[in-house]
Ligand binder design. Structure first.
Ligand SMILES: [Zn+2]
Length: 512
């Protein structure tokens, strides 16, 4: 997936966060960071961020969300969104106030039934001051009523919301939630979701998980669509696609519901989209044999409209794809990539955005494994061709996948060098260990978070090898790593694997 928002945002929000945090140590409010409360605690403000090394003010401290109930009304003609989000959370410290990440205009906030006062800080911080102080461990029911026009709600000239001819897409990474529901917007705080949207009858709404009930007719020629996801979900992986869609439902070989949706705007691209996305259940079944049990309760895909997003995103249980992937025919590489993220990114999420290689390197290497499985080029052939396609003096080799920097989170190197890293790891530890490490990783951190350091430790434990030099070279050192062991292959230019063009096409749209 690709990130559109730039470092300018991080710079702006940092300034704001400094204001919010005045007098508060940056990490004092974080679970695990704060001192134990041994003396009578004076309630403190929740931290305005979770201390992410790349995006310090993303997410908030002082509470942990368990569930979001997002109840909306949307009108495609005006792009006006009104709604009430009810957040079920638990305080992780004594709180005098806390922040939510949100941009739309807030009409009211109540905490456990009592009216709270609000103010805004920085670029995306909603500061909520309850009328009663909150004690550590307390259950919180936070009800936020709001309205706005998301496509016109800009941060540094930017919106992560995509308005289209017939609706909208709430699909982006890492900034997406700010434009449609108030949240603790960081993968460290996952929660379950109920999303319910009232739209004019004839408009479709697709979101994560399953439909707990069929669309329900409402007064005023409107229809309410309801979706539910019962697995912990990172805020950026919750999504909505609103517009004119053909919806195809089925049952996967593992018994799970499959919901695919195709924008009616796709026209001549629709068959290629279907020939790709309708293979989701087959691809998920194959990926389950390599990565471990599929971590979620439903499957599917959404082929977005021609005037929507240009990338694809691994939205949980149901990736959303831009139209570009189908321009030259079907493309199963991107379906493999986005569904591999269900394990690598969605179930096992980054604990900090710097570790994005854990998402993109693995999803990209999944494409190579699929190519190998389909007989369209082995992972070794794809390694050789990819390695040779970037000359030694290419700037590509200067980006370190393990620490690409906040403006290069979705750089080509995170994808291509990321996949090359996994192939070299496979060669270093052998196939038996490599294909034991992958499911062990997804099992150990299922529905949680992971770091590169934790992955290295697991790989070392399973392989019995010291891999410190290996990871330092491939993930954390600028420059093209030497693969002189493959010297024989350098004698002749590598032959282009059959799968290369589609993989290249997918990465051209995904990486940036
Ligand atoms: Zn990806």
């Amino acid at each position: 997936m690709r990130r559109v928002l730039r470092a300018a945002i991080a710079a702006v929000t940092l300034t704001g966060a400094g204001t919010v945090a005045a007098g508060t140590p940056a990490h004092a409010a974080l679970p695990g960071w704060g001192r134990p409360t041994v003396t009578a605690a004076v309630p403190q403000p929740g931290a305005p961020g979770l201390g992410d090394t790349y995006f310090p003010d993303y997410g908030n401290g002082g509470y942990d969300v368990e569930h979001y109930d997002v109840r909306l009304r949307y009108d495609p003609d005006t792009d006006r969104l009104t709604g009430t989000t009810t957040i079920l959370a638990r305080a992780t410290q004594d709180l005098s106030r806390f922040n939510l990440d949100f941009l739309l205009e807030v009409e009211s906030v109540r905490v456990n039934g009592w009216a709270a006062t609000t103010s805004t800080e920085g670029a995306h911080e909603l500061v909520v001051t309850p009328s009663r102080t909150i004690t550590r461990g307390q259950q919180l029911t936070i009800v936020v009523r709001y309205a706005g026009v998301p496509s016109e709600t800009l941060v540094d000239g930017y919106t992560g919301w995509t308005r289209t001819d017939d609706g909208a897409l709430a699909v982006n990474e890492p900034e997406s939630a700010w434009w449609w529901f108030p949240s603790n917007d960081h993968p460290l705080d996952k929660a379950t979701f109920d999303v319910s949207v009232s739209v004019p009858t004839g408009v479709e709404v697709i979101s994560n998980g399953v439909q707990p009930r069929p669309p329900l007719a409402e007064a005023g020629n409107r229809t309410r669509w309801s979706w539910r996801t019962t697995s912990p979900t990172a805020t950026y992986l919750a999504f909505m696609a609103i517009g004119q869609y053909d919806i195809v439902t089925d049952t996967a070989p593992n018994g799970q519901p499959v919901v695919n949706a195709y924008s009616t705007s796709l026209g001549e691209l629709a068959p290629a989209a279907r020939a790709s996305i309708e293979r989701t259940a087959e691809i998920v079944e194959w990926e389950s044999t390599v990565f471990g049990p599929y971590p979620f309760e439903a499957q599917g895909g959404v082929a977005g409209p021609v005037d929507g997003i240009t990338f694809a995103l691994e939205t949980q249980t149901r990736p959303v794809y831009g139209p570009g992937f189908w321009r030259r025919g079907s493309n199963t590489s991107v379906v493999v990539h986005e569904n591999a993220h269900q394990w690598f990114g969605d179930s096992v999420s980054v604990a900090r955005w710097q570790d994005i290689w854990l998402n993109e390197g693995f999803a990209s290497y999944a494409e190579w494994l699929w190519s190998e499985e389909q007989g369209e080029g082995t992972a070794q052939e794809l390694f050789d061709f990819t390695y040779a396609s970037y000359p030694e003096d290419s700037p590509f080799w200067q980006v370190r996948p393990g620490d690409p920097g906040p403006t290069r989170v979705f750089d080509d190197a995170v994808y291509d060098r990321g996949a090359m890293t996994l192939h070299q790891l496979r060669l270093a530890v052998g196939d038996d260990a490599f294909f034991a490490i992958l499911p062990a990783w997804t099992a150990a951190h299922r529905h949680g978070n992971g770091t590169i350091a934790e992955f290295q430790a697991l790989a070392e434990q399973i392989s019995g090898l010291d891999l410190d030099d290996f990871f330092t070279t491939w993930l954390f050192t600028a420059g093209r790593p030497d693969v002189s062991g493959s010297a024989a292959r350098k004698a002749a230019p590598p032959v282009e694997p059959k799968s290369w063009a589609k993989i290249r096409e997918a990465h051209r749209l995904l990486a940036h």
